[in-house]
Design a protein around this ligand. Structure first.
Ligand code: UDX
Ligand code: UDX
Ligand code: ADP
Length: 480
């Protein structure tokens, strides 16, 4: 029986290993993590992450061929294939701070593998890593090998949060990169045979190691670039009277471009896009490719611009001050159907409003109060771009209320900001909301999910990204 060990029980490792267990009943899958609280949550009724369909998969396999444990060394020792899905955040200090990936967790996992292994292993990179990480890992393992042979494969994960289980069950592609020597090819075939249990062969792409590593960074960078492109267009639409949803609809129908990642928004978030672009920028700079580095930097600059533009729109429309005013924040997660807040645009928008002394009343269907307070009181890692949205951490907590539903959040508020596209925000009784708000009542739709005409009929003053401005807003002097 093949044994698999997944190191790292996070957003990537947890769901991925669970689906492998589901689809490969003859494989024993152990998911290990150094975090006791994470592992005990995976073993409980309330899983540590929210992901539609995940609970069912875990319940089906846990105790059969899927187990969660903190006994990292035991399961690594027993495994034939080890997937490494540990976190690779952006470095916060030292060489490459703010851009390069921090491989501390990866390196410590690799050293532990070398310490405890007594048989040959295939080590699979699942977490996104800088190009040529495999080479570094190979060196660590080889120099501590005690005669054991390791094959390193790059098998980046393409799942999106909120649809992770569907993405894993029906992936559009599985990418496996490996060493071009016969031993490397043998390892590729072994991993391929695991996926072949449920993924059609023509969807499994094999490449060399470096292409696989770079493809993952490129993949995320291209998606982010499309969002920044349409967001840049949204600013132009507002200035000219064009409508960004109409423009994106036209682009979507262009078969040369394809229909996805063209929704204008308050900005992209999530743990991957910014981190991977910064990583790409760092690699370009390290290779002396400054023009290429600058090209990708602009994607992040436009994303930052979109968030600060949104804050400016809120403040300027509300008579140039939100000081002491209650603003309802609907949605805090970086997208719908997830409880994840990593790099959510809501953090920057809320900090911007707090910087102007607003009082925030926040509601998100899945994000806990604890998480929101933590996100808003922490100073984010800043990259080498202008810091624009920084309140002081002590005032933040006092000015932030996290509440249990949208009606409570909006009661007596002067304005509403929609920051996540949760479906339930589309079906709120906006007449009731309007009746209970201060007047004039403003709505700033950062996700373009609301029916602007209906809201204006009710009496709201509406700002919606990339759409012609409300007459009211048009006549309000805008600050530079
Ligand atoms: C383009 C648009 O495709 C078309 O919709 C518009 O109406 C006019 O402009 P065209 O200029 O005829 O059409 O050629 P296109 O096939 O789009 O190629 C433009 C340039 O991009 C060419 O030099 C082509 O060689 C280059 N190209 C295209 C690439 O370098 N790489 C590609 O992947 C595609
Ligand atoms: C992304 C990639 O899609 C996935 O392939 C990779 O493995 C991890 O990173 P994820 O971060 O979960 O997945 O979410 P995604 O759906 O791609 O959205 C990222 C951000 O972009 C979200 O904040 C989302 O709201 C935003 N977005 C997405 C837009 O603003 N407009 C769009 O058209 C699409
Ligand atoms: P991702 O979104 O990439 O899955 P997460 O932060 O959600 O990232 O998960 C990464 C997990 O890896 C965390 O639960 C962390 O505790 C775990 N981890 C980090 N280093 C190690 C290690 N050396 N051994 C085991 N687990 C680790």
């Amino acid at each position: 029986m093949v044994k698999i060990c997944g190191i790292g029980a996070g957003y990537v490792g947890g769901p991925t290993m669970a689906v492998i267990a589901l689809k490969c009943p003859s494989i024993e899958v152990a998911v290990v993590d150094i975090s006791h609280s994470r592992i005990s949550a995976w073993n409980s009724q309330k899983l540590p992450i929210y992901e539609p369909g995940l609970e069912e998969v875990v319940k089906q396999c846990r105790g059969k061929n899927l187990l969660f444990s903190t006994d990292v060394e035991k399961h690594v020792h027993e495994a034939d294939i080890i997937f490494v899905s540990v976190n690779t955040p952006t470095k916060i200090r030292g060489l490459g701070a703010g851009k390069a990936a921090d491989l501390t967790y990866w390196e410590s996992a690799a050293r532990m593998i070398a310490d405890v292994s007594k048989s040959n292993k295939i080590v699979v990179e699942k977490s996104t890593v800088p190009v040529r990480t495999a080479e570094a890992i190979e060196k660590i393992l080889a120099h501590n090998s005690k005669g054991i042979k390791y094959q390193i494969l790059s098998n980046p994960e393409f799942l999106s949060e909120g649809t992770a289980i569907q993405d894993l069950l029906k992936p559009d592609r599985v990418l496996i990169g490996g060493n071009e020597e016969p031993e490397g090819q043998k390892a590729i075939l072994k991993l391929k045979s695991v996926y072949a249990n449920w993924v059609p062969e023509d969807r499994i792409i094999t490449t060399n190691l470096w292409s696989a590593e770079l493809s993952k960074l490129a993949d995320n960078a291209f998606m982010a670039q499309r969002i920044s492109s349409i967001n840049a267009m949204s600013a132009l639409c507002e200035a000219t009277g064009a409508e960004v949803s109409q423009v994106s609809n036209v682009l979507c129908k262009n078969t040369k471009l394809g229909p996805k990642y063209l929704n204008a928004s308050v900005g992209f978030g999530g743990s991957c896009f910014q981190k991977d672009i910064l990583n790409l920028v760092y690699i370009c700079e390290s290779n002396g490719l400054m023009e290429v580095a600058n090209y990708w930097k602009e994607v992040i600059k436009v994303n930052d611009y979109q968030k600060s533009r949104f804050v400016n729109k809120v403040v300027t429309s509300m008579f140039n001050t939100v000081s002491g005013k209650k603003i309802a924040i609907l949605g805090f997660a970086f997208k719908k159907d997830t409880s994840d807040t990593r790099k959510t645009p809501a953090i920057d928008v809320c900090k911007g409003l707090l910087g102007d002394n607003a009082c925030l009343s926040i509601y998100d269907p899945r994000v806990t109060e604890d998480q929101i307070q933590k996100d808003l009181s922490m100073d984010g890692v800043e990259w080498d771009h202008p810091i624009h949205l920084q309140p002081t951490s002590s005032t933040t907590v006092k000015q932030v209320n996290v509440v249990g539903d949208a009606y409570e959040a909006t009661k007596d508020a002067h304005g509403i900001c929609i920051l996540t596209e949760w479906d339930e925000f589309k079906t709120i009784d906006y007449q009731r909301v309007f009746d209970n708000m201060q007047k004039p009542a403003f709505i700033f739709d950062g996700r373009n999910i609301l029916n602007v005409d209906k809201l204006r009929e009710i009496g709201f003053i509406v700002y919606s990204i990339g759409r012609p401005l409300d007459q009211w807003l048009k006549n309000t002097p805008q600050q530079a």
